[in-house]
Design a protein around this ligand. Structure first.
Ligand SMILES: [Zn+2]
Length: 172
């Protein structure tokens, strides 16, 4: 198993990963950012909901990430394809077992499980379930580089933010 991205920051600087990241950035900045957060282990698993061509998939794999395309259904019965990526086969399997061929749903249970897989603090996930986008003390800039909505006075998010910001700043 190729595991280029799993040994920390030094590998991020390697030419090959840099090349992949640059190419991913050309497809979509957010995709490159998610890939790097996942490579660094800040997110155990990430999900890409937009279409991704074979080249995008290949680039993700070249950074050392494991990928899987997961068919889901929407309310109308139409099939959509999600792309998930992770350093860990177990996380890929967990996602696959719970969501493959299943309708997309926003139940509290699903949001809690997704939060766990995506590396979101449980306090923020639970607050979001109770009341989405409740005011918090983050600046718009801080909130923008996160993929979860921070709960008010979160104890975990400020620490995560520091790590997210390092990755984000490497990409911009
Ligand atoms: Zn929180």
């Amino acid at each position: 198993m190729s595991n280029k991205c799993s040994s920390g920051n030094s590998d991020f600087e390697s030419t090959e990963i840099k090349k992949c990241t640059q190419a991913l950035k050309e497809t979509d900045f957010e995709l490159a950012y998610l890939a790097m957060l996942t490579c660094e282990g800040l997110k155990p698993l990430s999900r890409w909901e937009k279409t991704l061509d074979d080249e995008g998939l290949r680039l993700l794999q070249q950074t050392g990430l494991l990928t899987k395309q997961i068919p889901r259904t929407v309310k109308t019965g139409k099939e959509v394809i999600e792309t998930i990526f992770s350093r860990s086969q177990s996380y890929i399997q967990l996602y696959e077992q719970h969501f493959e061929n299943k309708p997309i749903d926003k139940s509290a249970q699903t949001q809690q499980f997704e939060g766990f897989l995506f590396g979101y603090p449980p306090c923020c996930v639970n607050q979001y379930i109770r009341k989405p986008y409740a005011p918090n003390s983050l600046t718009a800039l801080e909130q923008n580089i996160l993929f979860h909505w921070a709960c008010k006075d979160c104890k975990i998010t400020p620490m995560l933010l520091l790590a997210y910001k390092i990755i984000h700043d490497l990409l911009v």
